[in-house]
Ligand binder design. Structure first.
Ligand code: AMP
Ligand code: ZN
Length: 459
């Protein structure tokens, strides 16, 4: 398997530290709002990577974080914590906000058929001691200084700081640096590892530390949790291209500053999803969620197909027309799958197998992998071989090709009712759970209670 390593700017053969095991860390969501389909483009690319690694015979240990504290509104460690902003916006506590949007994220990941759950799904708020421990190691090495509002990493003392983003990019950050934003910061690329709680104000999320009450900076969580679960050096780290400067450069500085060992062997970065010629972003207003998709009658997997129309290192446009094409293409594939479903399996034609594996192993060339599927369907292979090929392709593509439509995801509103009923039953509120059962039945959904919990099916 060859992958494009942002660090070396070259295609490299994956050679895991401890084959066949592969350690994989992917940066997860900041849970102060819904994730948009742009975010999900990155998670889908990472899911394909994991699936492709499995196809190649690797055993993947995947760690994903949930950022539920410490991500400040501005990149320069200024402004409020996104969690507390979300709490204010919705009149809830920061802890409630974290729970609501973590649950929404998990539901979205399931409806996109991401391999779920990851081997480790870890929350920043549940790893405060690990983060403090890492800051102490950095402090012992003289890499940290204190200002009135927190502890900062002195990036001038970490020689490799510009390695990932490139010298010229870091020079750009230095040029754009405004000292007045934080006059106590020694260098443009220095960043907070611990912020103090404001003296006059109680924060909802704060912890005691050797330096005073406060909360961790955003970047420290990823270094601390990645090393806790994958070791001080591991194989692959992914995220969106926006993380190359700042977040991932900081992760490297923190980990390698503390250990003196290479942190990650291969860095992979997914390009943006664009809407109206700009990066889809929460801050930019118009963003599309999976709920919007479902409201318009799309299956989240139609979007998955759309993602395969561009290589992950190329930008991809989002429009409803393009999504419509994705839906049509996926329907055709599903029809083709239905046509061969009952056939006795036959060995996959070597040529087809080779074409698919070559595409997937060539830096995750998903457009090539999908083209191989269309070639197979058009070609003259026996139906049983087509079935075997499609089943194998589906293990990487996850387009629901063989999925029983009766279990296709429910519209968001109905799904919410299903979940409310499960919660009511768990709380032994049988009156409410009975009412919800009737409501669901009137919407064509039958629920039954089994030893494994509630099940639903379409009437
Ligand atoms: P965030 O919740 O902002 O930390 O983002 C979660 C993930 O989505 C990160 O890996 C980002 O790089 C990625 N991301 C954010 N916006 C986009 C976009 N428009 N297209 C693709 N990936 C994105
Ligand atoms: Zn991260």
């Amino acid at each position: 398997m060859r992958l494009f390593n942002t660090l070396s700017r070259a295609l490299e053969e994956l050679r895991p530290l401890d084959p066949p095991r592969v350690g994989l860390y992917t940066c997860g969501p900041t849970v102060y709002n819904y994730q948009h389909v742009g975010n999900y483009r990155t998670y889908i690319f990472e899911d394909c990577l994991k699936r492709a690694l499995r196809l190649c015979g690797f055993q993947v240990k995947h760690v994903m974080n949930i950022t539920d504290v410490g991500h400040l509104v501005s990149q320069g460690d200024e402004g409020e914590d996104k969690m507390e902003v979300g709490a204010q916006r919705e009149g809830k506590t920061a802890w409630d906000i974290a729970k609501i949007y973590t649950d929404a994220f998990i539901q979205d990941c399931r409806s996109l058929d991401l391999l779920w759950p990851p081997e480790v799904l870890c929350k920043a708020t549940e790893h405060i001691p690990e983060q403090i421990g890492l800051i102490q190691r950095l402090e012992a090495k003289g890499l940290i200084y204190r200002t009135s509002d927190g502890l900062y990493y002195d990036t001038a003392k970490f020689p490799g700081y510009s390695r990932l983003a490139g010298e010229s990019h870091i020079a750009g950050i230095k040029e754009g640096f405004r000292v007045d934003a934080n006059p106590e910061k020694r260098g443009a690329t220095d960043f907070a590892v611990w912020k103090f709680s404001p003296k006059d104000q109680k924060r909802q999320m704060e912890w005691d530390s050797p330096w005073g009450k406060g909360f961790p900076g955003w970047h420290i969580e990823c270094s601390a949790m990645a090393m806790k679960y994958l070791g001080e050096s591991f194989d692959i780290h992914c995220g969106g291209v926006d993380h190359i400067p700042i977040h991932h450069s900081n992760e490297i500085a923190q980990a390698e500053g503390a250990t003196g060992k290479p942190f990650v062997r291969i860095w992979l970065h997914g390009e943006f999803l664009l809407m109206n010629n700009a990066k889809m972003a929460k801050s930019a207003g118009g963003f599309v969620t999976l709920a919007h998709l479902k409201e318009k009658g799309f299956d989240p997997l139609d979007y998955r197909y759309h993602c395969y129309t561009a290589h992950y290192r190329k930008q991809l446009d989002f429009t409803w027309e393009l999504l419509e094409s994705g839906k049509t293409a996926r329907r055709r594939l599903r029809e083709a799958a239905a046509a061969v479903k009952g056939e006795a399996l036959q060995p996959i034609t070597a040529e087809l197998d080779k074409a698919f594996r070559a595409a997937v192993g060539d830096d995750l060339n998903m457009p090539g992998a999908v083209a191989a599927v269309w070639d197979c369907l058009r070609g003259g292979a026996p139906a049983g071989a087509k079935r075997a090929f499609l089943e194998q392709a589906e293990s990487v593509l996850a387009l629901g090709l063989f999925r029983d439509e009766a279990q296709a995801p429910l519209p968001a509103q109905v799904q919410a009712l299903v979940e409310r009923r499960a919660a009511a039953r768990a709380a032994r509120d049988f009156k409410l759970s009975d009412e919800l059962r009737k409501d669901l039945e009137s919407r064509g959904i039958l629920v039954e209670d089994t030893k494994q919990g509630q099940r639903w099916r379409r009437k």
